[in-house]
Design a binder for this molecule. Structure first.
Ligand code: TA6
Length: 323
């Protein structure tokens, strides 16, 4: 991964962000919140590659072998899977949004909710002629990436069907988030207990999760169905709990390639599986269908809480049931 250049600051009445050159000269947007948290978004893929708290600690995993060169998707951060999740269709794995160049949308339509901080940017993706050849639909995909007053990272996708031939279209979707964890064998995921899932390691056979929190000791690749709007990822060693909130995204994918798959991936370090976990807010089981003129919204909010026995935050139920 190569060097970076000095940013040029862009401040509009409502938002302020900086645009600069990232790895391989790719354009990226820097967001900074007054309290010190920050985020980076590459226009290539509309891809968040960094989210840091007010202590400048990186909260997302980005592979040291990530390739910042089209058509390869960036390994880590938050790739966006659209209009197809994984191989659930005729397109390449996870669709094409993650390996297209997005642009900054300086004149977005009114945003549904008030973004409290000014640290946000609006991106937009529209299909190219080549995209329409492989997926014959016209759409506008607007993505707002924002930092909240408490350092939360919020991604809001608005996808509109702009077909003029009256045709509806259907798609599947995921925020393929790579969380940075201290030691995968010390991590627990709370909120998916007793739910059904499709196991990608067993031909998508359907199983029911046992009662306890998820822990990890081997490869996992599962699509949990109809999951709660809040999920907790507890990293004991870091005494940190990630809280994932989601709207319009009923499913959750949990993935860790473990050692063998890690070795097989050229853009992933052999031991890096120990320090990452993907928990992905998704819409997979029931594809989203939009008629012309209709718009879908899918929102992800990530935050962290210190998890210690004293704060009671180690009691995931308090995290899941709390505000
Ligand atoms: O989200 C889980 C998954 O679909 C896994 O099956 C694995 O393939 C992973 O995504 C990574 O996919 P990628 O196409 O980025 O190599």
């Amino acid at each position: 991964m190569s060097t970076e250049k000095t940013p040029s600051s862009v401040s509009s009445s409502s938002s302020n962000y900086e645009v600069c050159k990232g790895f391989n000269g790719l354009d990226k947007v820097l967001l900074r919140d007054a309290r010190g948290s920050s985020a980076e978004v590459y226009l290539y893929g509309g891809h968040v590659t960094s989210w840091k708290n007010d202590q400048a600690e990186e909260l997302l995993f980005l592979s040291s072998k990530a390739i910042f060169k089209p058509p390869k998707a960036i390994r880590g951060g938050i790739p966006i899977c659209f209009p197809q999740f994984a191989n659930l269709g005729t397109l390449d794995s996870h669709g094409f949004a993650r390996n297209r160049f997005w642009t900054i949308d300086d004149n977005p339509p009114p945003f549904p909710t008030n973004t409290l901080s000014k640290a946000y940017v609006d991106l937009i993706l529209k299909p190219s002629e080549d995209d329409i050849k492989i997926w014959p639909h016209s759409f506008e995909f607007r993505l707002r990436v924002a930092l909240g007053p408490g350092g939360e990272l919020m991604l809001t996708s608005r996808i509109r069907n702009t077909n003029i031939d009256g045709k509806p279209f259907s798609f599947t979707f995921a925020y393929h988030t790579y969380f940075s964890v201290s030691d995968i064998s010390e991590v627990r995921v709370e909120g998916l207990e007793t739910l059904d899932y499709l196991d990608n390691l067993q031909k998508k056979e359907r199983f029911t999760e046992q009662g306890d929190a998820l822990t990890f000791e081997s490869e996992v690749d599962r699509i949990y169905l109809s999951t709660p709007t809040k999920i907790a990822i507890l990293d004991h060693e870091k005494k940190r709990t990630f809280v994932l909130r989601k709207d319009g995204l009923p499913d959750s994918v949990v993935w860790n390639p473990w050692d063998k798959k890690a070795k097989a991936m050229t853009d992933f370090g052999d031991d890096e599986y120990k320090h990452m976990l993907c928990v992905e807010a998704a819409a997979i089981e029931n594809p989203i269908t939009l008629k012309p003129g209709e718009e879908w919204k899918g929102r992800l909010e990530l935050s962290t809480v210190p998890s210690s026995y004293f704060s009671g935050q180690l009691d995931p139920q308090r995290v899941i049931q709390g505000s």
